[in-house]
Design a protein around this ligand. Structure first.
Ligand code: PEP
Ligand code: MN
Length: 336
């Protein structure tokens, strides 16, 4: 349930209203936006004393929220969420470019890629240390050592780092990772989501390959319910009948997510198609469709990559894409 507060209500009046609601065993989500101020009610609203709320003089209207996701719902937070990651902003007005190898393979590899993408204008460095591989015989990532190498690359370039956490026991090692990625395969690992919700880390939540938009937002809700509002949604392709591409990039989810939610939306064209030669066109399409950024796999030698070489582009190809991205950003009046 949403309470829209009259624009002339004072802070003290809003505070009193919130206390009255909380005394009914409901928790509230207060959002003072540029256009309107809303109080979202979370909990069993069936027992709420609606009349008492409705007749409060600062209440403009009370709306029922149909969707099961509340904190992730735009009704609860009319303004776009902008997440600050070490001074770099993700969300409204910004285009975030997360680039780097699928997996960290060596210091030389990750530092060299980091320097190249930084020079081209990337805003974050990605690199997998713990890799969710379909085959247990495939390279599983460098683990904790990989995280250390990422930190070296961050020191060399100043780029904040993004890496995937696969299980809770790894959490202490991610304390100094700037954005924690939850991979597609873990999108519904609810225990993991809940624990990440107790941290204040920005979380890049990837859409499960068979997850509906509603399920995707419910996973974001798991994190937000525990108090962590720093959730970035990442569409990375879904499973369809099509086999020409690794997955099918669901571009239409961008405007839908933007309408339903206030959270930033990032597109991963690399995992979406699995084909390096589509990354440029899908990046352009994503930004044109209103995405807040992209995550692109870049490798200095894709043919020799230990993971996802077929979808990885070279630093030179990345540089070319960035020239276009910068133009798009200018047209849309956004900053990188
Ligand atoms: C990745 O980003 O390297 C990755 C494994 O992604 P996904 O979870 O989307 O497959
Ligand atoms: Mn990958």
């Amino acid at each position: 349930m949403i309470i829209v507060v009259k624009p002339d209500a004072t802070e003290a009046e809003v505070k009193r209203l919130i206390e009255m609601i909380e005394s009914q065993n409901l928790s509230v989500n207060y959002s003072k936006g540029t256009e309107r101020t809303v109080i979202g009610l979370i909990g069993d609203t069936a027992t709420a004393d609606l009349e008492k709320i409705q007749t409060n003089h600062i209440v403009d209207k009370v709306l029922r929220v149909q969707e099961p996701y509340k904190k992730a719902n735009r009704l609860f937070h009319p303004d776009d969420t902008v997440i600050d990651v070490k001074g770099r902003k993700v969300g409204e007005g910004h285009i975030s470019i997360i680039a780097g190898p699928c997996s960290v393979e060596s210091e030389e590899q990750v530092v060299s890629i980091a320097k190249s993408i930084k020079a081209s204008g990337a805003t974050f460095l990605r690199g997998g240390a713990f890799k969710p591989r379909t085959s247990p015989y495939s390279f599983q990532g460098m683990g904790y050592e990989g995280l250390e190498l990422l930190k070296i690359a961050r020191r060399e370039t100043g780029l904040p780092i993004v890496s995937e956490l696969m299980s809770l026991e790894q959490l202490p090692a991610f304390e100094d990772v700037d954005i924690i990625q939850v991979g597609a395969r873990n999108m519904q690992n609810f225990i993991l989501l809940r624990e990440l919700g107790k941290t204040n880390k920005p979380i890049l939540l990837k859409r499960g390959m068979s997850a509906t938009m509603k399920e995707f937002l419910m996973s974001a809700e798991y994190i937000m319910k525990e108090g962590n509002d720093n959730v970035i949604l990442c569409e990375r392709g879904i499973r369809t009948f099509e086999t020409a591409t690794r997955n099918t990039l669901d571009l239409s989810v961008i405007p839908v997510l933007k309408k339903k939610s206030h959270l930033p939306v990032i597109i991963d064209p690399s995992h979406a198609t699995g084909l390096s030669w589509t990354v440029e066109s899908m990046t352009k399409a994503a930004i044109a469709a209103g995405a807040d950024g992209v995550m692109i796999e870049v490798h200095n030698n894709p043919e020799e990559a230990l993971c996802d070489g077929e979808q990885s582009i070279t630093p030179e190809q990345f540089d070319k894409i960035m020239t276009t991205v910068k133009k798009y950003a200018e047209i849309e009046n956004k900053v990188l």
